[in-house]
Structures are given as structure tokens and as C-alpha cells.
Design a protein around this ligand. Sequence first.
Ligand code: ADP
Ligand code: MG
Ligand code: ZN
Length: 606
Amino acid sequence: EIEDDEDDVGLSIAETRTANVNEEEYRWTEEVYYRLRHTFKLPGFRPNQLEAINSTLIGKDVFVLMPTGGGKSLCYQLPAIVKSGKTKGTSIVISPLISLMQDQVEHLLDLNIKASMISSKGTTQQRKQTFSLFSQGKLDLIYISPEMIASSKQCKRVIKKLYQEGNLARIIVDEAHCVSSWGHDFRPDYKELYFFKSEYPKIPMMVLTATANEHVRQDIVTNLRLRNPVFLKQSFNRTNLFYEVLRKDKDSIDEMIDAIKYHFTEQSGIIYCHSKNSCEKVALQLQNNQIRCGYYHAGMDPDERMMIQRDWQRNKLQVICATVAFGMGIDKSDVRFIYHFTVPRTLEGYYQETGRAGRDGKPSYCIGYYSMKDVRAIQKMIQKDSSLDKISREKHFDKLQEVMKYCENIKECRRKLVLSYFNEEFDRNLCHENCDNCKKCQDVVSHMEDITMIAKDVITLVQSIENETVTSIYCQNLFKGSRTAKIIQAGHDNLEKHGTGKSINKAKIEKIFFHLISERILEEYSITNNGGYANCYVRTGVNSRKVINGLLKVKMELTELRPIPASTTEDNNDGTNSKVSKNSKSKPVFLEVLAEQGRHMKNTPV
Ligand code: ADP
Ligand code: MG
Ligand code: ZN
């Protein structure tokens, strides 16, 4: 029963369906499209969404593997309100995070969908009310936390009643990788979810995850006892996106502004920054260069944020400088460039944020700026974040380390690197030179260097002053042999190991310290001062003794470009010599690609 009374429905459905002429017709097809347009207010389906919806409405078990941000929720939220499928009643959704459930329920209520949630949180009164609606089959969707399934008898009783009255439509397990101890996010309570299939084998189940690892997949199927599921897998590769990582220095902001002004003229884009402050600063600089630009971060009030987003959505603003707070609910298909002016915190985040470019399938560019300074700034933010416990803080540091590895890699295909992170194997040839590393195809020399001797010196140096609470940078400066006033005043220029590393360049010293920290030979720790700010200091770590005693060798991978003789590269065809000095930075590769494609954005304004 379709309650809406608008009369343009037939036409809209026909319009949205022209794209899917080959699809099978089901008796619920009309209703499915009607819900898509009028309830969810979306223009069309993304890959595999319709397949998932049809399969569950037939009554089959479904396995949906889709990248983060790919649109998994719609795969189960939409069928939950379709009345003409083979199943009827309430859809139960198991989801691991209460905050996530809350967001989704609120979103659904906004769309006038009857949804609610049951978790250990909330008042007894609230829970009573929800259980009452739930047991009467009055809800379309109910979100239940896995620990309720594992521990609440009441919960199981109500599910049984629902089933007996024919009101249990399907079971959905979101973030299904949580069921596998091979996954990165194992939750013991998820194991108990086999209960559904063992009690009610015929009730269809849909499981969803973004984790593509084969082992995890097997675990999900066996642990949840899926019956011959329809497997819907979507490659995480975004073929139309070009990826590049650039070293960040003081000229980077101008380089970016130039590219936006002259190569992405009038094209829509996003610049991601790591803090509210940097968002505003970068936005101001763009504005000073006559670029229509706004900023967006969590420190602004919701109305203001909505307005900025709307102006950008309507191309009143060309560019938006944003923190990661900007993302939810963006649906702009013609985003041509994404800059990460600061490195992202995680590769998942990077994938998701860059994924906002080129939804229309046209060539788009994802450019990241990378510097150790920014990495350290982010480390500090993680260190200061009081919402994190020790274990999750470690996890954040590890993830940042992965981002660094990605950025420092100047050899491997960017796609291959990102996709391998999602456990997708990728053949480099399929990149078609659509990333900086494939395009340059540089002669990269890489070798493992034994830095044990250097490490010993560093350990001894750090050990000799660690009682004085010193930072990693300060120690790096000492190692390099710096004699700032502060160093001399403290008498640290007299330390035995002061200047032992003076022949090593600064960037490499930085890398060495970072490597030693990641190998737990050094360790960073924080002290919270009176103002509540945590400062980050360095000391020797658990593995330092082994290095000193000769039980642990320290090896570090070094990559560098094989020098190409200037005469063969710098000579232009017409015999003139470009005035490129030896030290000048090479031009970003994406500019070359833009030029080659003859798609200089100037010619095709939005
Ligand atoms: P996932 O759970 O796969 O990470 P979500 O279900 O949270 O992804 O969806 C991510 C975003 O994509 C949401 O903002 C959602 O509104 C949007 N989205 C989902 N399906 C579509 C669609 N067919 N068309 C446009 N936007 C969609
Ligand atoms: Mg999701
Ligand atoms: Zn590549």
C-alpha cells in the first residue's frame, strides 16, 4: 500500500529505470523504485544495491561485500519497508556500535520509517516501550545490539513471538566481519548470532561487510550458518580516479592554489585539512586568490554548516575546505578533485574521502600532500585525544604508520597499495598509468639498510637524557649536532653522542627516529600539564636493550630515485633547454595527465 498521493510517480519511476533496462522484473519492482525516490529521496541505485534488495525480497540469504561508503545500509533499509516481497513483518538489524545504531535510527525516523533500537543503554521505561512495539510487529526495522541477543531472554522471547505470528521478515548482520576472529574487529557476542539460523533456518539473512579477506568471508558464512548465499561483491577499485602523493613544503599552498585556479577552473572540489584552524586558514588563502571557497568543520553550528554544504552542492562555492566531519550525506557526482592538504589519519579514511570524487565516472584527481611535520601534528592530536583508551590509541598510531608507508612509497602502484589494504588483489597493469607511481614508472632503487650501529648511538643518546623529558625532535637535533641556545644552555652539546649523526641528512634522521619508534626501540609517551594539554616525549623502548646487547639488528627500507642524467630529460625537442635547476621540484604528475588528456578543465566548465 503506497500512501503518498503525488501524481508524478509513474513518470519518475520510468525515468530512474531507464538505466536498468536489462534487470529482471519482480512484482515489487514498482514499489522498490517508489521507495527509493520518495522515501529515501535518492535518484538511482549504486552497483549491487538492487541485486541485494531483490535477492532478499525473494527470500534468499545474501552476502554483501561493499566498500565503506558504498551504500550498504540501503540494501536492507529499503526492503524493510517494501510490502510486496515474499516476506512480511519486521527486519532485525544487528550492528556493533550503539552510536552507529542511534545515527541510523534517527535518520530513518526523519524519513518517516518506523524504526527503533534496543541496547543495554537507555532507561527501563524506554526499553519497555520499544519491546512493546516490537512484539506487536509494529516496527519496520529494529536495531539490536549483539550483547542483547547473547544475553537477554526477553529479547529472544519476543523474537520467537514475532516469528510465530509470521512477523519476522529477515535478519541483518551489519559489519559482519565482527563474527570472525580473523577480522580486525572481532566481537565475541557476534558468535552468538548463529542462534538465528539454528532456530529459524528459513528466515532470510543478509550480512554486510567491507572486509574482503577470504578467510573472514568463510568464517562469516560458517559461523552464521548461511544457506547458499547470493554473493555480491564489488571491486573497490575506482578506475576513473587518479592518485598522487606530493611532498609538502612552504610552497605547496601556492602550488595547490595555482592548480585549482588554472587547471581545475570552475570545477568542484574538496580540500581536507586536519584541524578547524587549518580549514579556516586555507580557505582564507583561497579566497584571497579569488577562489569561491568556504570551510566546514565540527566547530560550526549545524545551520551554518548546512548552508555551506548547500552552497557547495549548488556550485555557488567551488571549493570547500573541510575536516573529516564533512562527508556524511554528500551526494555530489561531479567532484573533480580531492586534496588532502594534510595526510589522513587512516587509509580507510583516505579511501572514503577520495571516493567522493568522480561519482559520475569522469576522470577526477586525488592529490595528497605529505610531510613529517603534519604526521607529528596528527600524532599529537591522537595523543591528546582523551576519548581514546590505551589500546585504541595504539591502533590509531599503527594506522597512521600505514598511511606514512603509503605516502613514502614511490614505487608501487597506488591502487595496488590501497586495494591490498582492503585485501583485494590488484594487477598493476589494470591501473593504466592512472597513478603517479605507474605514470612515472621511475627507476627506483630500494634496499634494506642495516642501521644497527646508528640505532645504538641513538639509544645511548636518548638514554643519557631521557630523565629530563625531551621530545623526539629535540633528540634528533642533538643527534645532528645542532647547537641552539637551548641546547647549549642545558649543556647538551657536551653529551657523548651529540653530533654523532652529523653526516646524515635531516630527513633521514627523522625517518630513523620514526622507524625506531615503530619498532619499539624508542617509545613516545605523554605527560599532561596543568592546562590539560598532553605533551609528547621520547624515551628508550622495550626493544632497546636487545639492540644494545646485539640480539636485535635494525633494518630499514630505503628507497630513492636513480638519478637520471639531466641532458636526457631536460632537453626539449626543439633543442632549447628548459631552465630547470637541479634542485627544483618536479612538477606534479597529475598536471601532465590533465594536459595529455586534452581535458584542460578550462574548456569544460561545470
Ligand atoms: P556503508 O554502510 O556501505 O559504509 P552507507 O550505507 O552508510 O555506506 O552509505 C554511505 C552514503 O552513501 C550515505 O550518505 C548514503 O546516503 C549514500 N548512498 C547510499 N546509496 C545511495 C544511492 N543509491 N545514491 C546516492 N547515495 C547513496
Ligand atoms: Mg555501514
Ligand atoms: Zn598505478
